[in-house]
Design a protein around this ligand. Sequence first.
Ligand code: FES
Length: 177
Amino acid sequence: MNNTLPTPDDREETSRRQFLKIFTGIIGFFIALVLAVPLLSSLFGPLLRKKNAPWIKVGKLPELSSDHPVNISFRDRAVDAYIRENITRDIWVVSLPGRGLTVYSPICTHLGCHFNWDSAKGRFVCPCHGSFFALNGAVLAGPAPRPLDTLPSKVENGELYIEWERFEPGTPRKIRV
Ligand code: FES
């Protein structure tokens, strides 16, 4: 058994060790915090995001038919990081039997290309990997994993308004990004 009392040097060594322990703990805490922020924001960011996109006035609602869609371009303001710019977007609008006014995002649900309307065949065609969609948005053929994405819309005083939203490409579920 060693009964020697701690010398001043021993006490200094102990407090140095305690200081290093606390210091390492604090540094570790801050490193964990820095690593956790992006992880937590990617997990909970979508929940904290604003529920709905703002209404965008697209313009006068055109005469709609139930057998072919109308492509409408409109100006919007895009925000990417700190950069804000005016850009032109487009949508496909149709009046479907039983569903009424239907607005499609122009972005293919496979990998995000813009699709077109093939009036001769009466279907939407994506030029990238050959997905075909019916007028009601259903997938007819190709790798697209889900029907065309619809956008919220409303008409006020003859003007069409939409909420511009983007959705995860390549997934069977429609997930807002
Ligand atoms: S992006 Fe449209 S089929 Fe691939």
